[in-house]
Design a protein around this ligand. Structure first.
Ligand code: CDP
Ligand code: MG
Length: 159
C-alpha cells in the first residue's frame, strides 16, 4: 500500500514560479518527497517518458513544450500515493479539473482551445497514472541512490 510515484513540475510551473506552491500541496497532506531534482530534458528523453503518446497528434507540441525549459522531478512516497497524487493534481484538461486541485486552481485552458492553436495543454504537472506506470517512471527519472529513505513526523502520528 505504500507506493512511490513520479511528479514533474512542467516548464509552465517553473516559468510561473509555482514550484513551492505545487510541492506544498503534496507536503501538506503528509506525502513524503523522497527524490527531488531540476532537469532540462532533451527530445530523446521526452520520447522515453512519453513513449505511450508518441503516435498521438498532440505529441509534437508536447515534446516541444516539455523540452523548452527545465522541469522539477519529484519522487513522492505515501499510502496509495499514485491515486492520491493524481487526485491532488486533478483532471488533464484544466477546464474540467476541480477547483482545489493543482490544475483546477492554477491552470486555465481547454482541449478545444489548445487543439485550435495546435499547441499542447499546459497543465503544470505530470503525475504517474497507475502503479505500473509509477514504477517505470520513478526508475526512468531517478537512480536508486537518488531516492532517500527517512521518516517524516507524520509517519509517527498517521502510519
Ligand atoms: O498528464 P495526464 O496523465 O493527465 O494526461 P495524458 O493523457 O497522459 O497526456 C499527457 C500530457 O499530454 C497531458 O498532461 C497534456 O500536457 C498533453 N496532452 C495534450 O496536450 N493534448 C491532449 N489532447 C492530451 C494530452
Ligand atoms: Mg498520463
Amino acid at each position: 500500500m505504500i507506493e512511490r510515484t513520479l511528479v514533474l513540475i512542467k516548464p509552465d510551473g517553473i516559468l510561473r514560479g509555482l514550484v513551492g506552491e505545487i510541492i506544498k500541496r503534496f507536503e501538506q497532506r503528509g506525502l513524503k518527497v523522497v527524490g527531488l531534482k531540476m532537469v532540462w530534458i532533451d527530445k530523446s528523453f521526452a520520447k522515453k517518458h512519453y513513449a505511450a503518446h508518441i503516435e498521438k497528434d498532440f505529441y509534437k507540441g508536447l515534446e516541444e513544450f516539455i523540452t523548452s525549459a527545465p522541469l522539477v522531478a519529484i519522487a513522492i512516497e505515501g499510502i496509495h500515493a499514485v491515486e492520491y497524487v493524481r487526485k491532488i493534481v486533478g483532471a488533464t484538461e484544466p477546464k474540467s479539473a476541480e477547483l482545489g486541485t493543482i490544475r483546477g486552481d492554477f491552470a486555465h485552458t481547454s482541449y478545444k482551445y489548445s487543439d485550435s492553436k495546435g499547441i499542447t495543454i499546459k497543465n503544470l504537472v505530470h503525475a504517474s497514472g497507475s502503479v505500473e506506470e509509477a514504477k517505470k517512471e520513478v526508475a526512468l527519472w531517478f537512480t536508486p541512490t537518488e531516492i532517500h529513505t527517512y521518516k517524516i513526523s507524520q509517519e509517527k502520528e498517521i502510519f
